[in-house]
Design a protein around this ligand. Structure first.
Ligand code: TRP
Length: 335
């Protein structure tokens, strides 16, 4: 039997090249080897967007279409919506008994996010405990592997602790899942000073038009210490070269440009123009596939509904095992 994978995204906007490099590319490869489930974590996205639910609801279809556009095949990967699985909320309540407030407050990712979001001392409970709900996402499916970026590792560790604790107290129901950390480091944004992130406005989106792509590439930062095109330049951390190495399939061209750049024998414009062509060639088939789905909203709806129905079936089975183990199956005539 194939091992089961769960991975997913918070729907808070369209997906960008950073998502592609960090997870989507990997997903497309994993779907042939594993039974893959992809969660669109709208309930989790609401934990820090609860005042603007439209931002979340408008992003759900975008995220699904971005996943389909890069090549996820709904015949191989089950895409489902978190809010369509009420058992996740039910499990979260049971799991909350197994986690202490002090344990949650030590989660480094949540700590960092609390700082970034300026919650101060007014941290919403829902946000504070989202790792418990993420444990329910993973455990209701009894996933074997969870492909994630390294910022998610504390959540997987928390999930494992919850699964062990549940199994010890009530009897074994849950598999202990494992994180699968991609080897790809986070992709830098177009200004080179931080990772690509929607909130920083430094993204190239998978759905960007040719014109937008051109504008963004032409205003990318390069080597900040190089003033004239005849100065020797640095290519290792130079974002234009980082993208060339990742997205330009013409390795000969990349090596040749880098050699000239290091000697001060090529201008930024030429390097950027070549990057624009490479990125446009990379994005064009993705845009085309996205257009196919954009023109067929009913097909997208059907993919979402079928995927969520399939995940819900799994949730019903797990939930009845959970209630049986906890001895709370009296509702319905077992008194
Ligand atoms: N927390 C993840 C993120 O921010 C999204 C997510 C929600 C997730 N539930 C999950 C990832 C379950 C893997 C498994 O990207």
């Amino acid at each position: 039997m194939k091992k089961r994978i769960l991975t997913g995204d918070r729907p808070t906007g369209k997906l960008h090249l950073g998502h592609f490099a960090g997870s989507l590319k990997n997903r497309v490869e994993l779907q042939d080897k594993y039974e893959q489930f992809i969660i669109v974590a709208d309930v989790q996205a609401l934990t820090d967007n609860f005042k603007t639910p439209e931002k979340v609801s408008q992003s759900v279809c975008e995220v699904v279409m971005d996943n389909l556009a890069v090549g996820l095949d709904p015949e191989k990967s089950t895409i489902f919506i978190q809010s369509g699985i009420p058992q996740i909320a039910e499990l979260t309540v049971f799991f909350a008994n197994l986690v202490t407030v002090s344990r949650l407050s030590r989660n480094p990712t949540v700590k960092a996010e609390i700082g970034e979001k300026n919650f101060g001392t007014s941290v919403p409970l829902g946000f504070f405990m989202y790792p418990v709900s993420q444990a329910a996402d993973i455990l209701f499916l009894n996933a074997d592997l969870v492909p994630v970026g390294d910022d998610q590792l504390p959540h997987i560790e928390q999930t494992r602790e919850i699964a062990r604790s549940f199994n010890n107290i009530y009897g074994t129901v849950f598999n202990i899942p494992q994180a699968l950390v991609g080897e790809c480091p986070r992709l830098v944004g177009i200004y080179g000073n931080a990772k690509m992130s929607k909130s920083l406005g430094n993204c190239i989106y998978l759905s960007d038009s040719k014109e937008d792509l051109k504008k963004k590439v032409m205003k990318m930062f390069t080597d900040p210490n190089r003033i004239h095109s005849t100065d020797p330049g640095e290519t290792e951390s130079n974002p234009v070269f980082v993208y060339h190495r990742m997205f330009n399939p013409n390795k000969g061209e990349v090596t040749e440009l880098a050699e000239r750049y290091k000697k001060g024998a090529v201008g930024d414009i030429e390097v950027k123009e070549k990057l624009f062509f490479a990125l446009n060639d990379f994005l064009e088939p993705i845009r085309e596939k996205r257009r196919y789905y954009e023109e067929r909203p009913n097909l997208v709806k059907e993919i979402i509904n079928e995927g969520t129905k399939k995940a819900r079936k799994e949730a019903e089975i797990t939930m009845s095992r959970v209630k049986e183990a906890m001895g709370i199956n009296y509702y319905g005539g077992n008194c």
